[in-house]
Design a protein around this ligand. Structure first.
Ligand code: CA
Length: 362
């Protein structure tokens, strides 16, 4: 044993006497080995540098990890395209070329269709409900099991809260108005829209406004008033529809699994706590900034809600999409079953608590 290690172990041994019962033996061992050893991790994101709410959220997360660890855990955040292209963060982390990433789970449905459920369900659970399913209803265990096949370890890394349904150049009154409409809408929401006659397209964020302005697309969804205002969509489309397809999208901070397992228990606990703080902050920040930005939308913007006929058809189309995906993938079927079990458990309580109260409050 080297002298420095001996000193560290002895010093901690004395201090730990009073903590007996707080730590398990393996925790103590891990802390002894890792205390004072500086760890530097590279984390790439899918957002531009300091992008409002999502990007600043991950900046704060990294800063918190540094503070909580007394400087022994340094997480360096690389905005999109600095170290890796925005949508290659999954692969590069999987291959251990970087240590971790911050992104949206729905981007990876091409890897495994089941991942789209972890990202959020159209007409489904809100952010708070999604996180409850993940933490207490088995969702997180399934997510970690399926990501382990890619040598990845995911943590919840924020959520957007309810998103808006999108910007439309013309008013949507009947199902016929959706036929042939070109709309930028990704994920399961896009598949539902396709069944309703929409032509869903995928566009990188930098091209959405120009495409909408020039009429290359007729509609686009993005996030909510806070971030949509920055994109200038109100200048290109007047009708702003309320949301249905992303009621609680989940973002992730995901680590290379081997890298995660080599971290000390102390650093793992710090990262876990920092992601939880980040998730809460992000939901609250989205709520506040969306509420404020809604008040500041240009006067010509008309807030609309899709007619019941369209939402009823969307519900039927969603069930068809989910059945089809379940037949194609055993993973999708398992994750959906867990999601549905939680939904069934949650609904009666939500009906008499939150939903009932919001109706009373009016
Ligand atoms: Ca969106």
């Amino acid at each position: 044993m080297q002298r420095r290690d001996f000193l560290t172990t002895s010093a901690l041994g004395l201090g730990a006497l009073s903590l007996t019962g707080c730590y398990k033996e393996e925790d103590k061992k891990s802390i002894n080995i890792n205390r004072g050893r500086k760890v530097a991790l590279k984390l790439a994101t899918s957002w531009p540098a300091h992008f409002p709410i999502m990007g600043t959220g991950v900046d704060d997360f990294a800063s918190q990890c540094g503070k909580l660890s007394g400087g022994s855990l340094e997480i360096k955040v690389y905005p999109k395209n600095i170290l890796v292209p925005a949508l290659q963060v999954f692969d590069t982390t999987s291959l251990a070329q970087i240590d971790a990433f911050h992104s949206g789970v729905y981007y990876w449905k091409g890897k495994n269709s089941a991942f789209s459920i972890f990202g959020g369900m159209p007409l489904g659970l809100t952010s708070e409900e999604m996180i409850t399913w993940m933490k207490f209803g088995g969702g997180l265990e399934l997510w970690r099991e399926l990501y382990a096949k890619f040598n990845l370890y995911p943590l919840i890394g924020g959520s957007t809260g309810p998103q808006m349904g999108g910007w439309f150049k013309k008013e949507i009154n009947t199902l016929a108005d959706l036929k042939g409409l070109k709309m930028r809408i990704p994920g399961l929401g896009g598949e539902v829209m396709k069944k309703l006659g929409v032509n869903p397209v995928l566009l990188p964020p930098g091209e959405i406004f120009t495409s909408l302005e020039r009429g290359t697309i007729d509609a686009t969804e993005w996030v909510g008033p806070a971030l949509d205002s920055m994109m200038g969509f109100a200048k290109a489309a007047q009708y702003y529809y309320t949301g249905w397809h992303e009621p609680g999208s989940i973002l992730e901070i995901t680590f290379n699994k081997n890298r995660w397992e080599k971290l000390s228990n102390e650093h793992q606990a710090i990262i876990t706590s920092a992601t939880e703080a980040m998730t809460g902050n992000m939901i609250h920040e989205f709520r506040y900034k969306n509420a404020k930005a809604l008040q500041e939308l240009p006067k010509e913007v008309q807030i609309k809600t899709f007619p019941k006929e369209i939402m009823d058809s969307a519900k039927i189309a969603l069930q068809e999409v989910l059945e089809k995906e379940s037949k194609k993938s055993e993973d999708f079927k398992r994750v959906l079953q867990s999601y549905n079990e939680f939904t069934a458990l949650n609904k009666p309580w939500d009906d008499i608590s939150t939903k009932n109260f919001l109706e009373i409050r009016g």
